[in-house]
Design a binder for this molecule. Structure first.
Ligand code: HSE
Length: 438
């Protein structure tokens, strides 16, 4: 006997909602064949009813109130595409789960803040809470960690999780463009959040990382446990120096097992140019997972934009249509463990340091001494005269000095740089970028 149609209600008709409606219509028959039942969007809710979204809404019931839609008897599944960690998204998702309906959401902010509680509510009501689209859009990172690697112990995961930042860094590197120009273009193309500081200061990446870390390590989703640094301090000089040294700069979200617990951090990172993650350009996202016996596993794909996000939403809807239900975080929400903020002072790894050093005898020796006092060993030290400058121009002035260290601690680097600062052999703030082994 053919199963009944899965009746879907969608709240939020922005770029993703409109792309989802178009895709469900286009793939109607193929989805029915795949899932063994038809999928129909029967009701929608958004802020403005009259707006032309380029899709046909005539056959869908309109709800002004997304919470009323979430509770409505006309739907079996509620899709939340409004965004934001507060109401109405939160109230609507709670209403749907509480009334025994499965939920599909692309809302990373909601999950980062209330994920554990919402997962418990879904489990209590025996319904699904699927959120593939919340991280890396079209990349099946959630399913890979939750289902594909259910039998593996993850040691580390790291990823390019923000299309806007990767787009900016790529264009700055490849075309030598200014940061602001690249950001404006990312906004125009619809990659950036309404408030782009959320992208460029690393918070979007942190929310996504908190979700992936929970799936990988069984920890509670805890955005506040993440050390966050964005890309706004990155200069073209850093990208050029990285290139010459065999590296590329990426904004990475990293979650790694350490003796102190799970370290979660977001910051600009130097990755070796030949690593798979270094090949990821533009708005594309990537996630690399090091798991026992199978590392590295890298997933690369479109990480932002309407169609890329709708693709993941639709795969989650298809799972519900098929009757598949996995616990939201791959294990009971009550068993997720507490996570503490990573003590970055104890972070261990290599460092890139760019200093503006006074061009006079003894400067290099002073810097080297301060690093040696902290037992920091140097892999390379490069001093470059600015392009076109001759000795007369830099005499008494300053020159950029670029250091690459072997593995050391954040604490040692900070102490050494503070001492160099007190020695008055540099001007301005040192630029420090962590190097991730890959
Ligand atoms: N602003 C996000 C990005 C959109 O740039 O990746 C997808 O979450």
């Amino acid at each position: 006997m053919r199963k009944e149609t899965l009746r879907v209600g969608v709240a939020g008709l922005g770029t993703v909602g409109a792309a989802l409606i178009a895709q469900v219509a286009r793939r109607h028959d193929a989805l029915a064949a795949r899932c063994g039942r038809a999928i129909e969007i029967v009701a929608v809710s958004a802020r403005s009813r009259g707006k032309d979204r380029g899709v046909d809404l005539k056959k869908m019931k309109w709800f002004d109130d997304p919470v009323a839609l979430a509770r409505a008897g006309e739907i079996d599944l509620f899709v939340e595409l409004m965004g934001g960690s507060g109401d109405p998204a939160k109230a609507a998702v709670e209403a749907a789960l509480g009334s025994g309906k499965s939920v599909v959401t692309a809302n990373k902010a909601l999950l980062a803040r209330h994920g554990v509680r919402l997962a418990a509510l879904a489990e209590k009501n025996n319904v699904a809470l699927n959120f593939e689209a919340a991280v890396g859009a079209a990349i099946p990172a959630v399913k890979t960690l939750r289902e594909g690697l259910a039998g593996n112990q993850v040691e580390r995961l790291y990823g390019i999780l923000n299309g806007t930042c990767n787009y900016i860094l790529t264009r700055m590197e490849q075309e030598g463009l200014a940061f602001a120009e690249c950001l404006a273009e990312a906004q125009r193309l619809g990659y950036a959040e309404a408030d782009p500081t959320f992208d460029i200061e690393g918070h979007d990446t942190a929310q996504k990382l908190s979700i992936l870390a929970s799936l990988a390590f069984g920890t509670k989703v805890e955005e506040k446990a993440i050390y966050v640094e964005g890309i706004s301090s990155i200069q073209p000089a850093d990208l050029a120096a990285a290139d010459q040294l065999g590296y590329r700069v990426k904004l990475l979200g990293v979650a790694v097992k350490t003796p102190q617990g799970i370290e979660q951090r977001v910051h600009p990172t130097m990755v070796r140019k030949d690593a798979p993650i270094a090949q990821v350009m533009g708005v594309t996202n990537a996630v690399t997972i090091d798991a026992e016996g199978i590392s590295p596993l890298t997933l690369i794909g479109p990480g932002a934009g309407g169609m890329a996000t709708a693709s993941a939403v639709l795969s989650d809807i298809a799972d519900v249509a098929r009757g598949l239900r996995v616990m939201p975080f791959g294990r009971p929400a009550a068993r997720l463990t507490d996570v503490r903020k990573a003590p970055m002072q104890r972070h261990e790894g290599g460092y890139y340091i760019r200093l503006q050093a006074r061009d006079k005898p003894g400067t290099a020796a002073t810097i080297a001494t301060r690093l040696a006092e902290q037992e920091i060993s140097l892999e390379s030290i490069v001093q470059r005269h600015p392009k076109g400058a001759d000795d007369r121009m830099t005499k008494g002035g300053s020159v950029p000095v670029i250091l690459i260290t072997y593995a050391t601690t954040e604490d040692a680097v900070r102490k050494a740089l503070a001492a160099v600062g007190r020695d008055r052999v540099i001007s301005g703030r040192p630029q420090v970028i962590r190097i991730e082994k890959n």
